[in-house]
Each structure stands twice: as C-alpha cells, then as structure tokens.
Design a protein around this ligand. Structure first.
Ligand code: 4NP
Length: 155
C-alpha cells in the first residue's frame, strides 16, 4: 500500500516545495519511493502555476537537490486520495486545512517532528528572506517525519 505525504503552506512557492523536495530525497535514499508519494500545495491561489521562489531553488540546488515543480492550490480531491499525511508548515496552514476539509485524521505541523529546534512554525522566508535557516528547520522536520511514518506504517 502507498501512503501520501502532502506538504502545505500558504503560497506553495517557498516552504512546502522545499519540504517536498527534501522529503522526496530522503524517501528516495531510503528506497521507499514506491511506498510513499510526496506532493505539496498551497492554501492560497496567489502563485498557481509558478516555479518555486528563487530563494528555495537556490538553497535546494546548493544541497544538490533538483526541483522543478510548479505551485498549485489545495483541491477537494486531496482529502479523498487514500491515506494522506497533511503536513502544515505553520499553525495557520493547519487551521485552514481543518476549515476546508473538516476533521482529517492526519494533520500535523512539520516541526512537531523536528528534534533540534524548539520552534513549531516554519517562519515564512517570503517575508524574512532567510532561506538557509528555513532549510535547516525543514530538513530537521523531514527527518523526524520520515522516521515517524516508517514506524507508523511498518516501513
Ligand atoms: P510560502 O510563502 O507560503 O512558504 O510559499 C509565501 C509565498 C507567497 C506569499 C506569502 C507566503 N504571498 O503573500 O504571496
């Protein structure tokens, strides 16, 4: 059986595409790409169809990770697409998910899985330009998330 992991932020150009790309790399490295599907989406339609923010692409490419996805908005089908872990970048994203889709069984904040930071919301680099700091937070969260899913799913 395949499970889905859907990373969610506001614009789907900075944080959630970064998380998608890092997590996909971790999943590939673990040999789990046939068991875990990875995607991302935004709660807003502000940037639909756009490439990821240059800051996100730059920091990913500095870490040797290619990403050419384009922004999309959350769609009703995201809530009915098999077992999906919805991974919000911050509390506001998680709230929008619940408002839009009701009581989903698996909504978490990414940094609830991080082990090296007391921060629970990924700060938005669209406003701070601090893509390096965000990369470190997101990578920490992604490692913890993969470990949790492996335990949950027996992978
Ligand atoms: P993201 O960042 O949610 O991490 O993709 C943002 C991107 C765009 C905007 C806000 C946040 N915006 O207001 O256009």
């Amino acid at each position: 059986m395949t499970v889905r992991v859907l990373f969610v932020c506001l614009g789907n150009i900075c944080r959630s595409p970064m998380a998608e790309a890092i997590f996909q790399r971790l999943v590939d490295d673990a040999g789990l790409s046939r068991r875990i599907e990875v995607d991302s989406a935004g709660t807003s339609a502000y940037h639909v169809g756009e490439l990821a923010h240059p800051g996100t692409r730059r920091v990913l490419s500095r870490h040797g990770i290619a990403y050419d996805g384009r922004a999309r908005q959350l769609a009703p089908g995201d809530a009915t697409n098999g077992k999906t872990y919805f991974i919000a970048m911050d509390a506001e994203n998680a709230e929008v998910l619940r408002d839009r889709f009701g009581d989903l069984p698996h909504v978490h904040r990414l940094l609830d899985f991080a082990t090296h930071t007391p921060v629970h919301d990924v700060p938005d680099p669209y406003y701070t330009d601090n893509f390096d700091y965000v990369y470190r937070l997101v990578e920490d969260g992604c490692r913890g998330l993969l470990a949790a899913i492996r335990t949950d799913e027996g992978l």
